[in-house]
Design a protein around this ligand. Sequence first.
Ligand SMILES: Cc1cc2nc3c(=O)[nH]c(=O)nc-3n(C[C@H](O)[C@H](O)[C@H](O)COP(=O)(O)OP(=O)(O)OC[C@H]3O[C@@H](n4cnc5c(N)ncnc54)[C@H](O)[C@@H]3O)c2cc1C
Length: 396
Amino acid sequence: MSKVIVVGGGASGMVSAIVAARNGSSVTILEKNNSLGKKILVTGNGKCNYFNDDFSINHYYSNNIDILDRIINDDNKKRVLDFFLSIGVIPDIKNGYYYPYSNQAISIVNALNIEIKRLGINVITNCYVNDIKYVNESYIVNDKYSCDKLIISSGSYSYYNYDDVNSYKLVSKLGFDIINPMPALVQLVINNKITKEWAGVRVYSKVKLYEDNKFVKEEEGEVLFTNYGVSGICIMQLSGIIARGLNDHKYSLVFNFIPNICDDDVVNFLDKYNSRCPNRKVIEIYDSLINYKLGNILVGNYGNKYYNELTLEEKNIIFNNLINYKINIDDTKGYKESQVCSGGVKLDSININSMESISNPGLYVIGELLDVNGDCGGYNLGFAWLSGIIAGDNCD
Ligand SMILES: Cc1cc2nc3c(=O)[nH]c(=O)nc-3n(C[C@H](O)[C@H](O)[C@H](O)COP(=O)(O)OP(=O)(O)OC[C@H]3O[C@@H](n4cnc5c(N)ncnc54)[C@H](O)[C@@H]3O)c2cc1C
């Protein structure tokens, strides 16, 4: 029977502890907070979007995506879903997004805690791990706790103040190479006074991301215009690419505010509609298509001109903003505002089928501390659970 210590009782750590204990190991969780799974409580706006039916590699990012690809498959999807059924979580599946049927994140935390208690796992809270040594084939934690298998699941900077997180220091000292962690799934910052005018506007939009004027990726969904820049799920989905590249590249977003009714040739589209009511002003046309606050910004000085008096060239200039409105991105918000971090422990330093370090036997790294981040939609917790199951199954 192995003696296992889990450093960090969050999403991945709780699951790894349960699976290891079910396999017969004697397990202790060391958690710096006063209870386990605190971050889970704020996920999915308090509802916890804990998994996604479309469990495919296309939703994940890593500098070693080929290594990650080996475990993102249907067998492992089943392992995660079976795990949740085994702790009594009944899913509510909305368009492939998994929530607990109660629609309360606390149901997930409670179910995990009940199983931890049932298995007799030793939980030590208010325990900040800041020292790990390997002596005589044992891991010694804080000069106090010893074990033969150590799972590190202490998470990333995201949601916390930079100075409060020591995860990366802990693993660096143990010899792991780290890819610089950056905020991902985070709001974008625009240093332009125009943001004061659009603050509070929500619109449905198609958003194209350009890196050094080259198209990179497109997302579609609700965009929230704020006094610091832009937010919303589709913006967050693009943010990871921007955060990773901001030091070396220039990024811009191009919005189509009237997607699905017009993707190009906006003048032809407007000509068709305006033939029925010929005497409309430019501002009235904007007003009929998008949020009035945004419309007022986009029309510039042309608001009082009559559509029918414009030349084709003028129409193209004036209405291009509806389908090609470009803004330059200056920065992303920081770690504290981010939902996850990109970067982390390099995947080529662990065996992905066990999560065990290649050079340090008995040492496992799981969850967001690894160089894996996913799209919004249950993918990040999905990876946290899966990496916990894999480590728990292999540390006996
Ligand atoms: C606002 C928000 C909403 C989110 N919503 C979703 C969502 O709906 N769906 C989704 O898939 N993902 C979501 N995520 C992301 C998801 O929460 C994380 O990817 C996931 O929690 C990572 O799991 P983890 O086990 O790696 O880390 P964590 O869950 O962060 O757990 C790490 C644990 O280690 C403890 N710890 C840290 N350092 C030490 C130390 N030195 N000693 C002892 N203990 C330590 C921490 O206190 C924590 O309990 C969201 C994140 C945020 C911030």
